[in-house]
Design a protein around this ligand. Structure first.
Ligand code: PEP
Ligand code: MN
Length: 722
């Protein structure tokens, strides 16, 4: 026994040594890669015309990495995440040279003041922010209050101050805003820190044994649900999370816990009793870096400007200000009002906009604003760090890197808006053309009779297809889109396991019903909105846009907030009030063919949605009711080419509900691909035998793998990519 143990310990040591060596090589390679990145940064610095970011090139790199990862048997998804971090770091590194071209070498030492103690979130954010600024030594100096921090800056004791300005759960930190409005300082940077609250205790402490928990009041507030479960534990407020951690370490009492960062635990020698205890998964704090004078910024860098203004006490003055931003095409990312204690009912506004205060169009807008404001202070212009990263580009086996899907960054969100607008203008043009034809007809000109019925779904068909974009997924182009997931959202665990399965198989979207239209009122009806929430969370975590069914008109807008695509189920295809409500939203729609609906009726259902202005529709053939009972429904394969002849909308197929039996799903799916469908929606389940809904048709992981393998050659032979 002992002999065996020491032998296995030997081989463990050997493996670990090899890993350590590889890690050293890894870091050395990383350093060499960064050196090349810096050389590129130098080229960009010297050529002011060169774009800062080449998104096509980035997508290509993702493609190459994804393929190489797949060949090595690694998950392209996880390797992609590593690459994303790498690109982020590279980008920031290049930007720092652009910021201060004259500063070729490192600044020797920088002192930054913050409110709190070592290990507090402010302290951590400083390290993150300065990781991409050239400083040889960084000293972080903690102060008790925000005022003391700014006093130290103004007195020249420190070079910068870092203050929290808002949190995604708690909102704005008004005390800081009020200070900034009055102090002679400049905002010169921002940073976002993802807060992960942990419950900490001394060695040997147990969650059940805690009699009190200490932290900053905001942290206690943000972990209310978790703390609610600690029956009998007293809550004690502290001026700082890290300070609470330190006090627990000093008390050496296993009955006292603290809520703080994991870093604070390390720093004060505490144990993490539970990670990630916030009520809300996403908990971001935005910090501002404050200096005493403005800093140079490369005009190519995404820039943001913060303003404080007091609007003139006149009717319509705020409207005038907003109109000025709009007329100058300026993107407003924040507008918040604060009462002025000295002037009851008047208000000061905090405004964040894209752009630089000294560059057009913002410079002119600020000039115009001064006519409608009694006070206007530019707090500063600085490099933007709040643009949300889009999902990872999906790997494709054929290596085509030409997706044009914009990333949903704040900028991207605009781009999406812009392109949607473009699309609806196009369709407006198409409508115009139809209207003109009607007009011509009225004047008796020679023209084929135009029917108004179906004018949107059956336009004078030029062969051009319309694409529908959902997140980073495009239907109707050269992509074959696989949507997969369980019939119903049953639990967090089930949906997370499903998302992992779907993602690993290479599918592009996640499905899952939160509201289930069941034939029997006694069957599981779905988890409702809580189900939607966990579906959205899983989609977010695995970077898969999600589609879910909406059953009633009054839920449309709320479901559209959580899901990336709305599904209209077969039983609801002719629920006209539902279709009209969906027409008013701008969410992409998956419209399923009714159980006994003709192709014409399916198109008229799409027409209802389009008539409301929503043109983002993907049609879905899911089997129809015939005299045949061997299968759940009869898959009408011919509907695919017929629909593609009659309409420009993308068409996908649901082989699961057609078959009703898992053994038939793969062959029917392959037939759908062969006949030209733009994609598939297929049900899976991590444990099909335990599924609460449609268990007989749910594919296992193995069958899903077989499906993907079978699809690839068919889709590629058609010159499309999977
Ligand atoms: C579903 O997709 O879960 C569903 C209920 O499908 P259908 O509306 O096609 O029956
Ligand atoms: Mn189902």
């Amino acid at each position: 026994m002992t002999h065996q143990n020491s032998a296995s310990a030997d081989s463990l040591t050997e493996y670990r040594d090899s890993i350590d060596k590889l890690d050293r090589d890894f870091i050395a390679l990383l350093a060499r890669r960064m050196e090349l990145v810096r050389n590129i940064g130098g080229v960009k610095r010297d050529d002011p015309q060169a774009p800062l970011r080449d998104e096509d090139r980035e997508r290509e790199i993702f493609e190459v990495w994804a393929q190489a990862a797949a060949q090595e048997g690694l998950s392209p998804y996880f390797v992609g995440r590593v690459l994303r971090e790498l690109l982020n770091y590279s980008r920031r590194d290049q930007e720092r040279h652009l910021d201060r071209p004259e500063v070729a070498s490192a600044v020797s030492a920088v002192r930054v003041a913050y409110q709190g103690m070592p290990g507090s979130y402010s302290d951590l954010a400083i390290t993150k922010l300065f990781a991409s600024r050239d400083v040889e030594r960084l000293d972080r100096v903690g102060f008790r209050g925000f005022t003391a921090v700014l006093d130290a800056l103004e007195a020249g004791q420190v070079g910068y101050a870092l203050l929290p300005i808002e949190n995604t759960i708690a909102g704005s930190i008004n005390e800081v805003y009020d200070l900034l409005a009055h102090r002679p300082v400049r905002v010169v940077g921002e940073e976002v820190w993802s807060v992960e609250h942990c419950l900490l205790g001394v060695e040997g402490a147990q969650i059940e044994g805690l009699e009190s928990v200490r932290s900053h009041p905001v942290a206690l507030q943000q972990c209310k649900k978790f703390l609610g479960g600690l029956v009998g534990a007293r809550l004690e407020t502290y001026h700082d999370t890290a300070g609470a951690a330190r006090s627990v370490a000093r008390a050496k009492d296993p009955a006292i816990g603290a809520i703080a960062s994991e870093e604070a635990a390390q720093l004060w020698g505490l144990q993490v009793l539970r990670r990630d205890i916030s009520d809300q998964r996403t908990n971001l704090t935005r910090f501002l870096l404050i200096g005493t004078e403005a800093e140079a910024l490369d005009p190519r860098q995404p820039t943001k400007t913060s303003l404080v203004m007091v609007v003139r006490h006149q009717a319509g003055a705020l409207y005038e200000c907003l109109r000025i931003f709009d007329e100058h095409g300026i993107n407003l990312t924040k507008l918040e009002s604060r009462p002025l204690p000295e002037k009851p009912w008047a208000a000061r506004f905090y405004v964040d906009v894209h752009g630089h205060a000294e560059q057009e169009p913002l410079a002119s807008a600020i000039k115009a604003l001064s006519r409608h404001t009694s006070r206007l202070k530019v707090l500063g212009s600085y490099a933007r760090r709040t643009d949300v990263e889009g999902p990872l580009p999906l790997p494709s086996p054929s290596g085509r890197a030409e997706t044009t899907s914009p990333s949903p960054s704040h900028e991207g969100a605009n781009a999406v808006g812009a392109s949607n607008e473009g699309a609806s203008n196009e369709s407006a043009a198409a409508e115009d053309a139809t209207e003109k034809k009607v007009g011509l007809e009225a004047t008796g000109a020679v023209c084929p009779p135009t029917k108004v019925e179906g004018k949107l779904t059956e336009p004078a068909f030029s062969g051009e297809r319309r694409t529908v974009t959902v997140g980073n997924v495009e239907f109707g182009g050269d992509n074959f889109v696989l949507i997969s997931g369980p019939c119903a959202v049953e639990s967090r665990q089930q949906i997370v396991a499903s998302a992992a399965m779907v993602r690993d198989a290479g599918a592009a979207m996640l499905r899952g019903g939160a509201f289930k239209p069941r034939s029997s009122p006694y069957s599981f009806q779905g988890l409702g909105f809580p189900g939607l929430e966990i579906l959205a969370e899983a989609g977010h975590a695995y970077e898969l846009p999600v589609v879910t069914e909406v059953l009633q008109p009054e839920d449309v807008m709320r479901v559209a907030e959580g899901a990336d695509m709305l599904q209209v189920g077969a039983r609801n295809m002719q629920n006209f009030s539902l279709l009209k409500e969906i027409g008013k939203s701008r969410a992409p729609v998956l419209l399923k063919r009714g159980l006994s609906a003709t192709i014409k009726e399916l198109l008229m259902a799409a027409e209802y949605i389009m008539a409301g202005g929503n043109h983002q529709i993907v049609l879905c053939e899911r089997g129809i009711r015939t005299f045949e009972t061997a299968t759940r429904s009869t898959l009408d394969v011919s509907a695919v080419p017929v629909l593609k002849e009659k309409t420009h909308l993308p068409v996908i197929v649901d082989p699961s509900h057609a078959a009703g039996r898992r053994d038939l799903v793969v062959p029917l799916a392959l037939a759908a691909a062969a006949v030209g469908a733009d994609g598939l929606i297929v049900e899976i389940h991590p444990q099909p035998e335990e599924a609460l809904c449609d268990k007989d048709q749910a594919l296992t992981e193995e069958l899903l793998g077989q499906l993907v393998q079978g699809l690839r050659p068919i889709v590629e032979a058609q010159g499309r990519r999977f």
